[in-house]
Write a protein that binds this ligand. Structure first.
Ligand code: KG4
Ligand code: ZN
Length: 344
């Protein structure tokens, strides 16, 4: 069985084809194609929703064509069409949902609306070292920061989440203050390599709060305060030091809370997913802490950390496999720009 996946929730258009092995086991990625809108949005310093939607319209069918060429099969081989139903930008989501439902209707095949974060959460199953259930998941993207207890496909219990900004947002907003442009996370982490992470004393909000919630909004204020102190002409070294100190503060909090979640649940497996999961410093820290705690830690392949169609096709395939999803022949689609993962 082949599941076509379409992702269009924000600034990446992704299409992929995943095959469910008839004998069971982890679904196999046959092909995927991706277009990032980063260059288009860069001029505006962030994602412009209207432009994002229009670009998804332009890209999605050519990307689908490419996927079928790479997979060596055709539309007639698709059994289910999965698409990102939410959360995300409403207009952008509607493009993927509309195209998915139109394709499915033309083929007479069912559709499956997928939660974007479920895609991220399951994406390490496409890696060479797939996890086993149950595990603790640290979901760190541009819009979400959550710790979940994952018992199986569709069995997600929220352990803690951010009460204000997401970790990715903290990277992006701090990077903007440092004049590093968009997207901020990768730029800030590149600059941080040249800086001293102990140069600036920045807050670790809620680090010792006793629960598993996060708060990152205060961090950008602290970065702004330090920048003001440095004056208008900031030299390269203090800038790199501030980038390194910011990254260190975020990594400290994310890793401390992840270890706390593992301890609280008694689980010995951690999955890290979402765009911030690509951060080298975070990976190094978690690898070291988990090694000492006897915990296995799993990540998606680096190129599947950010948004992509493969994780949506995979989540569709795994939901089908687990019997948790009933694909529908009802093509009157809707999208859910706000949608808690625990409600899937
Ligand atoms: O998961 P994702 O691609 O999109 C959302 O679903 O939000 O995550 C994007 C976020 C952005 O905030 C971006 O700055 C951040 O992930 N990001 C990083 C890195 N690569 C992407 N943050 C820190 N270090 C990175 N290497
Ligand atoms: Zn995402």
């Amino acid at each position: 069985m082949n599941v076509l996946g379409i992702e269009s929730s924000c600034d990446e258009t992704g299409v992929a084809l995943v095959q469910l092995p008839p004998e069971g086991g982890v679904p196999r990625l046959r092909a995927h194609a991706l277009h990032s809108q980063i260059e288009m949005h860069r001029a505006y310093g962030g994602v412009v929703p209207e432009l994002a939607s229009r670009d998804h319209i332009r890209r999605v069918l050519p990307l689908a064509r490419q996927v079928f060429i790479d997979a060596g099969c055709g539309l007639e081989d698709v059994d289910v069409v999965a698409y990102t139903r939410g959360p995300g930008l409403a207009g952008a989501l509607l493009v993927g949902a509309g195209v998915a439902c139109a394709l499915a209707a033309a083929l007479g095949k069912p559709t499956l609306g997928i939660h974007h974060l479920e895609g991220h959460l399951l994406s390490p199953f496409l890696s060479d070292d797939p996890p086993e259930f149950p595990f603790v998941a640290l979901l760190v993207s541009g819009g979400h920061t959550q710790l979940m207890r994952v018992q199986g496909v569709g069995e997600y219990d929220l352990l803690g989440e951010t009460i204000d900004d997401a970790a990715g947002e903290a990277f992006d907003k701090s990077a903007k203050l440092l004049g590093l442009g968009y997207p901020g996370g990768p730029a800030l982490s590149r600059l941080a390599e040249f800086g001293n992470p102990e140069a600036f004393e920045l807050p670790r909000p809620l680090m010792h709060s006793g629960n598993l919630d996060f708060s990152f909004a205060g961090l950008k204020t602290a970065v702004m305060t330090q920048l003001r102190k440095l004056g208008p002409e900031v030299c390269e070294q203090p800038k790199a030091d501030l980038a390194a100190s910011t990254q260190e503060a975020i990594v400290d909090v994310l890793s401390a809370k992840s270890m706390k979640a593992l301890k609280a649940t008694g689980l010995k497996r951690l999955v890290v997913a979402g765009g911030v999961g690509a951060n080298r410093s975070l990976r190094t820290r978690l690898n070291s802490l988990c090694r000492h705690a006897g915990v296995r830690v799993h990540y998606p392949e680096l190129h599947l950390c950010s948004d992509n169609g493969a994780m949506i096709a995979l989540a569709g395939a795994m939901r089908l496999q687990s019997g948790r999803a009933a694909p529908a022949h009802d093509y009157a689609f809707d999208v859910k720009p706000r949608w808690p993962l625990a409600e899937v």
